[in-house]
Design a protein around this ligand. Structure first.
Ligand SMILES: [Zn+2]
Ligand SMILES: [Zn+2]
Ligand SMILES: [Zn+2]
Ligand SMILES: [Zn+2]
Ligand SMILES: [Zn+2]
Ligand SMILES: [Zn+2]
Length: 464
């Protein structure tokens, strides 16, 4: 039992979890998500190693937590594959999502494609002056971007597929490491600052201590060192050659004197000790950071694609709509006329999906059409016309409605009424070019002129 206890607590410690003890109950919290996913339940986990204790899971070889630990360790180092489970009846959901006005949905079929994202769990350990701080970071990467991730509230099951192409994992890992740096930098800076202050204080103390020692040894080593330092600084800024020479001689003399002092065994030992103490303080106040990747998980979930028909009275339209159950986002339906998002779907005679604003009637046949289909109008009366109801006048090249398109009584061709003129004799319509002057001086159509000619000939025949 003790072994099991040690093993379990050790495991949670290594994962960076918090463990608090209340009586015989150990409450494990702040544990990585990849472990929670295996348990199938979020932490905290109250556990106990005492059979008599109530209100906590008794840890044995068959308990849920213990089995999760085993599973976790089996997969450690491997990439875990998880799937987010969506069980809802999505076809029904889709039908509810789409509001229909003059049409209905037919023949829905569903396919899906898997989308992947990766999750990396890092345990960062900061070690300094007998202290150890651990931070747990879980970083999600989706389609080449670090994303804010949380799988809370989703049903996670073990993935049954194999990851065919793992190339993306390496790239995702690099991104996650970059992100980790970002996440730990402020902590690093914060600790470094404290350590620097600490070190400065300690070094000062050490120097003071050894200066005193040297003073007690009777030498004026410190004074000499200060003097040399001063002279060397002067030499650096000195300009004249003689001045430089003088300074150099002085420095040489002082250094020789220094050697004499340093020859003294006691003093050199003190100096060595001082150096050692300073180095020691530096080491003691240094920060060690280690990052350990403790888990890699690939999570996949389906993106659904629905194929369906929107059916109107006389037309049908095939549609592909994708639905992301994670973001709950569905492809937006856009009006094929004005491009805005459709609230209520309507379909026109040509099978175009439109919003309520863009649907109108052809004033000739009365059928519903979208603004794009009704882009022609009669130039005589201005009525909007569908493709079928609009005819072009070959004289002026403009469109006309059936009321304003007539047969030229001379050529027999269709012309708009703007291009025709009424013949006062036969009341027929003809193009201006088909008019001529009759015997009584009035302008009549060529048909009437021909008639007049025929009558004239006939008259002549009978008169002769
Ligand atoms: Zn519209
Ligand atoms: Zn029409
Ligand atoms: Zn249309
Ligand atoms: Zn018209
Ligand atoms: Zn015309
Ligand atoms: Zn006529």
């Amino acid at each position: 039992m003790e072994k099991l206890k040690e093993f379990t607590l050790n495991f949670f410690n290594k994962l960076g979890a918090n463990i608090t003890k209340k009586g015989e109950v150990y409450v494990v919290s702040n544990i990585i998500k990849s472990f929670e996913d295996i348990v199938g339940q979020a932490s905290p986990y109250p556990i106990t190693f005492d059979k008599e204790t109530k209100g906590a899971e008794y840890l044995s070889h068959t308990s849920i937590i213990f089995r999760a630990i085993n599973k976790y360790l089996e997969n450690a180092g491997k990439t875990t594959l998880l799937r987010i489970d969506f069980e809802e009846d999505l076809s029904e959901k889709l039908k509810k999502r789409i509001k229909l006005k003059n049409c209905e949905i037919e023949n829905i079929t569903k396919q899906h494609k898997n989308h992947f994202f990766s999750r990396f769990s890092f345990l960062t350990t900061f070690q300094y002056i007998n202290k150890k701080e651990q931070i747990l970071n879980e970083i999600y990467v989706h389609e080449g971007k670090v994303v804010e991730g949380s799988l809370d509230g989703y049903k996670i099951v073990e993935g049954e597929n194999k990851i065919e192409n793992k190339d993306f994992l390496m790239k995702d890992y690099d991104l996650a490491k970059e992100k980790l740096k970002e996440l730990t930098i402020s902590k690093t800076e914060e600790i470094s600052k404290t350590l620097e202050k600490h070190l400065d204080k300690e070094t000062e103390g050490i120097k003071k201590h050894y200066d005193n020692l040297l003073g007690e040894l009777g030498g004026d080593l410190t004074k000499q060192l200060v003097k040399i330092n001063e002279l060397e600084l002067q030499l650096r800024v000195a300009e004249g050659e003689t001045e430089k020479e003088e300074l150099k001689t002085k420095i040489d003399r002082l250094k020789k004197g220094l050697l004499k002092i340093a020859d003294d065994e006691a003093k050199s030992r003190v100096l060595k000790e001082r150096e050692f103490s300073v180095n020691n303080a530096k080491q003691k106040n240094s920060l060690n950071i280690s990052n350990k990747l403790i888990n890699t998980t690939v999570i996949y979930y389906p993106i659904f694609q629905f194929n369906l028909y929107i059916k109107g009275d006389n037309s049908k339209r095939f549609l592909e709509l994708s639905y992301d159950p994670l973001t709950k986002e569905m492809d937006k339906l856009k009006c094929e006329c004005c491009g805005t998002q459709i609230e209520e779907v309507q379909i026109d005679e040509a099978g175009h999906l439109t919003c309520s604003n863009c649907l109108d009637h052809c004033s000739e046949c009365g059928k519903v059409y979208c603004g794009k289909c009704l882009n022609k109008s009669c130039h005589a009366c201005g009525k909007p016309l569908c493709k079928k109801c609009s005819k072009v006048c070959f004289a002026c090249g403009k469109y006309a409605c059936p009321t304003h398109l007539r047969k030229d009584c001379v050529s027999g061709e269709d012309r708009c009424t703007m291009c025709l003129r009424a013949c006062l004799r036969c009341h027929g319509l003809a193009e201006e070019k088909h008019f001529g002057e009759s015997m009584d001086g009035s302008k009549v159509c060529q048909k009437c002129l021909a008639q007049e000619n025929r009558n004239k000939i006939m008259k002549n025949i009978f008169e002769n």
